[in-house]
Design a protein around this ligand. Structure first.
Ligand code: AVJ
Length: 322
């Protein structure tokens, strides 16, 4: 009874936060929605489909780097490391890395979703019997969510942040997030982080406009989610997916373009849309190796080395806290 009650309250709080964020994002003259809301159950499943699509090279090429350079990465990390993963949706990658490490201390995933954490814990313990797992529920961008880490003694802490997730953050936010990572590490502790490289706009734009239109569904799903969870009346046929590379900002921007002027109601609030205006739903920043090294340096890390896929489309950086 108690557990059910508190989970209802938690859901309601989350709904309110969702509603607040949606009304705030759509209330201004430039409409935006936080990209974290793309990942409900349907969105997460669509994202997995994107990862398997031919045009989205990031996941595949990052997996190649881990497959080809796994031993070198494990050696660089060294013995008795505690692997900390902010956002625990990458079980397969972390499992192979943990398996390659010399007497790892264990795995410390941090995720907003208790279900994802339970699943991660189960999979790691199944695949690697005896591996210690400390799961932390919370938003890894919040400093207090890292507080319990101190109670896990370890010779070396390594933050594992693959998937080009850092690319979703604006450069200043990315700097703040890496600073938060660094503040929870001791000098010499590590960071293994994946970033997509700056490249020609044709390849980049194809990755976010896949020929199977999965990214289009993924993007439009955020409106369906607002309809489902906040009782809004978005007509999805009045919006189109648009993703393009902004070379000055070095990022792929994802938008939903309004095809015809109309209004939408969300919880007693009317939002007017004008034909041609967009809702900005996501940024995926791309980095050169030098550019990312400079971000690392600004955030309390010393770049140590990096690994690339054979086609040099993507980078895994290793840095150490200073
Ligand atoms: C999971 C944030 C790394 O930005 O490339 C894929 C999400 N969006 N296609 C990315 C995404 C559209 C992805 N990240």
């Amino acid at each position: 009874m108690k557990a059910a009650l508190s989970s209802v309250t938690e859901n309601q709080l989350q709904d309110n936060e969702f509603l607040r964020d949606v009304l705030e994002g759509l209330g201004g003259s430039r409409k935006t929605l936080p990209c974290k809301y793309l990942y409900d159950e349907v969105g997460s499943r669509l994202f997995e489909e994107i990862c398997d699509s031919n045009d989205y090279y990031l996941t595949r090429n990052e997996a190649d780097i881990f497959a080809i350079h796994l031993d070198k990465i494990a050696e660089r990390i060294g013995p008795e490391a505690l692997l900390i993963e902010p956002g625990a949706g990458n079980c397969e990658k972390v499992e192979s890395l943990l398996a390659a490490l010399d007497s790892p201390k264990g795995y410390y995933p941090i995720d907003i979703s208790p279900e994802i954490l339970l699943d991660a814990e189960r999979r790691i313990k199944n695949g690697l019997p005896g591996m210690q797992v400390w799961s932390e529920v919370g938003d890894f961008t919040l400093a207090e969510v890292w507080d319990n880490l101190i109670s896990v003694p370890s010779r070396k802490r390594v933050v594992f942040f693959p998937g080009s997730t850092i690319g979703n953050f604006e450069p200043l936010e990315a700097e703040r997030l890496l600073e938060l990572f660094a503040s929870n590490l001791s000098p010499g502790d590590g960071l293994v982080i994946g970033t997509d490289l700056v490249k020609d706009s044709v390849t980049l734009e194809r990755a976010y406009n896949d020929s199977d239109h999965i990214t289009e569904k993924f993007n439009l799903n955020i409106l369906q989610r607002i309809n489902n969870e906040l009782g809004a009346n978005f007509d999805l046929s009045l919006f189109a997916h648009r993703a393009f590379y902004h070379s000055l900002r070095q990022r792929v921007e994802m938008h939903l373009v309004c095809l015809k002027s109309h209004s939408v109601s969300i919880a007693d609030t009317r939002i007017d849309f004008i034909e041609g205006e967009t809702i900005h739903t996501e940024n995926s920043h791309k980095y050169s190796i030098a550019g990312f090294n400079s971000l690392l340096t600004r955030s309390g890390f010393e770049p140590v080395c990096f690994w690339q896929d054979p086609a040099e489309t993507y980078v895994i950086h290793y840095a150490q806290a200073i």
